[in-house]
Design a protein around this ligand. Structure first.
Ligand code: FMN
Length: 322
């Protein structure tokens, strides 16, 4: 099932991840053919008050695949002006966060707390749809809040009723946070309950996981989060598998190190070298996952301060791993 108004060329899409899905990570995923990318979550209230940093989170680039901005909040009225601010950045769609489990988000009723208040959640979805100038609006939710509030099916139906174009289901409750193991049945139940496309999400680490989720649940797309941070080429591999083509190999160590240097350079261009190098430390560690020389390389990674330090790190990695 297609998502109306979006030209999606790959059924595997990038998950929004606060602190990670900045413009550079989204570019990496786009380069590796992710079906779409989404910004980090942006506070509707902060936009309502004209916060400049929130606008930086939405900045984008000349992307191939559709790009969405994700909003979070708890007060439907905040979403009137927030949606208008989002439109200034010309995204292809707007997503609403109903899944974030972090205490500072749920304590005021945002994120996955909305799974406990379906009326407010529906009002927020309606407000965004009414103010989005016809852009597709999506909702990303969890299975529920806990075993007493398994509200995904109800919420999905309510969202569909007010004009939401597609739903993503992260198949865990808020109580389960990120514990291993997901409930594929909840994705299946949501898919059977609505007539709009459904995206399944949770624990996809290889093409086989994606195929299993789609076959079992009937979901239309899959969303990949954590695995894509260290292996963004997973989008290309899932696309190949879903199209019945041979799956390309993982990047070689040399290719991974080229990607690492590309990423670091981009982070420096976007943020300036001082902040860019600080941000590079976490990302470099992700690209180096599983390589030999751990302790020594970890030290070099944690002290990245100049672009040359990254070049030096790559030399050390190649010395020990090729
Ligand atoms: C560090 C981190 C940040 C996240 N930030 C967001 C967010 O801003 N918005 C959101 O809807 N989900 C967020 N998530 C949840 C992911 O989008 C995704 O639903 C979850 O990680 C499960 O998918 P995965 O198993 O493929 O990682 C975040 C997850 C992680 C690990």
């Amino acid at each position: 099932m297609e998502i109306k108004g979006l030209n999606i060329q790959n059924k595997a899409v990038l998950a929004p991840m606060a602190g990670f899905c900045d413009i550079v990570m989204r570019k990496a995923a786009d380069n590796f053919d992710a079906g779409f990318t989404i910004s980090e979550m942006v506070s509707a209230r902060a936009l309502y008050f004209g916060d400049k940093k929130s606008h930086e989170l939405m900045e984008t680039f000349d992307h191939k695949a559709p790009y969405g901005v994700q909003l979070f909040g708890f007060e439907p009225n905040d979403f009137v002006s927030a949606t208008k601010h989002v439109l200034d950045h010309k995204p292809d769609f707007i997503d609403i966060n109903m899944g974030c489990p972090a205490p500072k988000i749920v304590n005021n009723g945002s994120g996955s707390a909305l799974m406990k208040t379906p009326e407010i959640a529906q009002q927020i979805a309606k407000t965004v749809v009414e103010n989005a100038n016809g852009l597709p609006v999506s909702v990303k939710m969890r299975k529920g809040w806990d075993e007493n509030y398994l509200t995904a099916v109800e919420l999905a139906k309510r969202c569909e009723a007010v004009g939401v174009s597609f739903i993503t289901v992260h198949a865990r409750t808020r109580q389960e946070m990120y514990q291993p193991g997901i409930d594929l049945d909840i994705i299946k139940q949501v898919k059977q309950a609505v007539n709009i496309p459904v995206i399944g999400n949770g624990d996809i680490t290889c093409p086989e996981d994606a195929i299993r989720m789609m076959d079992y649940t009937g979901c239309d797309y899959v969303m990949v989060g954590r695995e894509a941070l260290s292996r963004p080429w997973i989008f290309r591999q899932i696309k190949e598998a879903l199209e019945g083509r041979p799956v390309s190999a993982d990047l070689t160590v040399n290719e991974r190190m080229e990607l690492l240097l590309w990423h670091v350079k981009q982070l420096c261009e976007v943020n300036g070298e001082y902040l860019g190098m600080k941000k590079s430390r976490g990302q470099a560690a992700l690209y180096m996952k599983g390589l030999r020389g751990a302790a020594h390389l970890r030290y070099l990674t944690n002290s990245l301060s100049k672009y040359e330090d990254a070049e030096n790190l790559v030399k050390e990695v190649l010395k020990e791993n090729v």
